[in-house]
Design a protein around this ligand. Structure first.
Ligand code: XLS
Ligand code: NI
Ligand code: NI
Length: 439
C-alpha cells in the first residue's frame, strides 16, 4: 500500500523503562513483560478510539476545531475517509496498540440513502481489512453512531417514531456486518440518545421494552451472521439526554435480567461515566466484575471540578491500581480490552500530543498493574479483607451463607450469643498500606 507519513518525525514508540526522560517512550508499558502469568499486552489489549483521535479536530460547543488533520485534504468525504484510515493505521503501528474501535460513521460518511451509507461503509471496511492484515492490528469492537444525526434527537431504538427505529436497525445491521467482516471481538451499544429529556412526553416502559426488543433482534442477527463475541452495553447516566436509560452498571444488569439478554450481553464500563453516576471507576468495575459481566473498559478520566463527560486521558495512578487489583482478582479483561475513549484538549495542537496522551494512559495502567500485583502478593491486603468475613466460614455463619437458616433461627442465635464483639473495619490501615505501594 502507498503510505503517506501523517505523523512525521515520530518513529515506533519503544519501552525505555522508568529512568528514561524521552517523552516519546514508554516508561512502564513493556508489552512483553510478564506479570501474574500474562504479558502486559494481554493484560490490557489496548485499543484506540477512532472518533476522538481521528475524527474530531478539537471542536467544542463554543468553537470550531483547533487542529487541522492532514488527512482531511480532499473535498470528497469518501477520499478523506480513506486518508483517515491510512493515518489511523500509521498511528496504531507507531504506538504499538494491538486494537482499535470505531463507530460506523467514523469509518465512512453517511450517504444520502440507507443503501449509499451501506456502500460507503463496506468500501472502507474492505480497505480496513487490508490494513489489519498488513499490520496485525485488530478490531476490539465496532458500534453504530445512533446519536449524531438529527433523526435520532428523540432516541434511536427508544424513539417514539417507528420510522426512526427502522433507521437505527439499518445502521446496526450494517455495523454488525462490518464488525464481523473485520473479525471484531465485541460489539458495543452505547445508548447515545436512549433516554428521556422530560417525563411529560415520555412513555418510559414502552421505550425500555422497545430497547429490549431491538437488542434481541440485533443479537439474533449477529449470531446468524456468525458473530461469536460479546455484545456490550456501555452505561452512562446523563448527557446527551437528561436521563439515559443505561444509567450505571447496576441499572444495566437489572435491565439485562429483565430483558433476558444475559447470555449474550456484558458491560463496557467507562471511567468518566461511572463518576458521572456518582460512583468511582472502581465501583462500577467491581459491580460488573462480581456479576461476571465485565466485558470491556473505556479508559478515560473525568474532572472532579466539573460534572460532564470530559474524556480526559487517564493519568490517575490511584484509580489505575484499584482497577487493576479488581481485574487481577477477577480473571482479567479479555476478550474485552482497554479502549482509550479519551480526547486530547482543545489547545493540544501538535501532532505528537496524541502520542503523549496515549503513552501516558498506557504507562499509567502498566504501572497500576505492577503495583496492584505487588499489593495483592506481598501485603496483608487480601488477608485483612478476608479476615472481616471469617464468621461465615464455619458453623452457623456458614449455614446462613448456604441459605439454611430461617429468620426465627437468626433470632434464637442472637438471643443466645448476646451482643456481637466490636470489630474494626481497618479502613485507614488499608489505605495506608495501599499508599505505601504507590511508588
Ligand atoms: C460517549 C461514549 C461513546 C461510546 C461509543 O460518551 O463513551 O464514546 O463509547 O459510542
Ligand atoms: Ni465510551
Ligand atoms: Ni463517554
Amino acid at each position: 500500500m502507498n503510505r503517506t507519513d501523517y505523523f512525521p518525525g515520530i518513529s515506533k514508540i519503544k519501552y525505555e523503562g522508568p529512568t528514561s526522560d524521552n517523552p516519546l517512550a514508554f516508561t512502564y508499558y513493556d508489552e512483553n513483560r510478564l506479570v501474574a502469568g500474562k504479558t502486559m499486552k494481554d493484560h490490557f489489549r489496548f485499543a484506540i478510539a477512532y472518533w476522538h483521535s481521528f475524527c474530531n479536530e478539537n471542536s467544542d460547543p463554543f468553537g470550531s476545531g483547533t487542529r487541522t488533520f492532514p488527512w482531511n485534504r480532499s473535498s470528497d468525504p469518501m477520499d478523506n475517509a480513506k486518508y483517515r484510515l491510512e493515518a489511523a493505521f500509521e498511528f496504531f503501528t507507531k504506538l504499538g496498540t494491538p486494537y482499535y474501535c470505531f463507530h460506523d460513521r467514523d469509518l465512512a460518511p453517511e450517504g444520502s440513502s440507507v443503501l449509499e451509507s451501506e456502500k460507503n461503509l463496506s468500501k472502507l471496511v474492505s480497505l480496513a481489512k487490508d490494513y489489519q492484515k498488513d499490520t496485525c492490528v485488530k478490531l476490539l469492537w465496532g458500534t453504530a453512531n445512533l446519536f449524531s444525526h438529527p433523526r435520532y434527537m428523540n432516541g434511536a431504538a427508544t424513539n417514539p417514531d417507528f420510522d426512526v427505529v427502522c433507521h437505527a436497525g439499518a445502521q446496526v445491521k450494517a455495523a454488525l456486518d462490518a464488525t464481523v467482516e473485520l473479525g471484531g471481538e465485541n460489539y458495543v451499544f452505547w445508548g447515545g440518545r436512549e433516554g428521556y429529556m422530560h417525563l411529560f412526553n415520555t412513555k418510559m416502559k414502552m421505550e425500555l421494552d422497545h430497547l429490549g426488543i431491538f437488542l434481541r433482534a440485533a443479537r439474533d442477527y449477529g449470531r446468524k451472521i456468525g458473530f461469536e463475541g460479546n455484545f456490550l452495553i456501555e452505561p452512562k447516566p446523563m448527557e446527551p439526554t437528561k436521563h439515559q436509560y443505561d444509567f450505571d452498571a447496576a441499572t444495566v444488569i437489572g435491565f439485562l435480567h429483565e430483558q433476558e439478554l444475559l447470555d449474550d450481553f456484558k458491560l463496557n464500563i467507562e471511567a468518566n461515566h461511572a463518576t458521572l453516576a456518582s460512583h468511582s471507576f472502581a465501583h462500577d468495575i467491581m459491580v460488573a466484575a462480581e456479576a461476571g459481566l465485565l466485558g470491556s473498559i473505556d479508559a478515560n478520566r473525568g474532572d472532579p471540578q466539573n460534572g460532564w463527560d470530559t474524556d480526559y486521558f487517564p493519568t490517575n495512578l490511584y484509580d489505575a491500581v484499584e482497577v487493576m487489583m479488581i481485574l487481577l482478582d477477577h480473571g482479567g479483561i479479555a476478550p474485552g480490552g482497554f479502549n482509550f475513549d479519551a480526547k486530547i484538549r482543545r489547545n493540544s495542537t501538535d501532532s505528537e500530543d496524541l502520542f503523549y496522551a496515549h503513552i501516558g494512559g498506557m504507562d499509567t495502567f502498566a504501572r497500576g498493574l505492577l503495583i496492584a500485583d505487588e499489593i495483592l502478593n506481598n501485603s496483608d491486603f487480601r488477608t485483612l479483607r478476608e479476615g472481616r468475613y471469617t464468621s461465615f466460614e464455619s458453623g452457623n455463619g456458614l449455614q446462613f451463607s448456604s441459605e439454611e437458616l430461617s429468620l426465627e433461627q437468626l433470632r434464637d442465635l442472637a438471643n443466645k450469643n448476646g451482643e456481637p464483639e466490636v470489630r474494626s473495619g481497618k479502613q485507614e490501615l488499608l489505605e495506608n498500606l495501599f499508599n505505601r505501594y504507590i511508588r
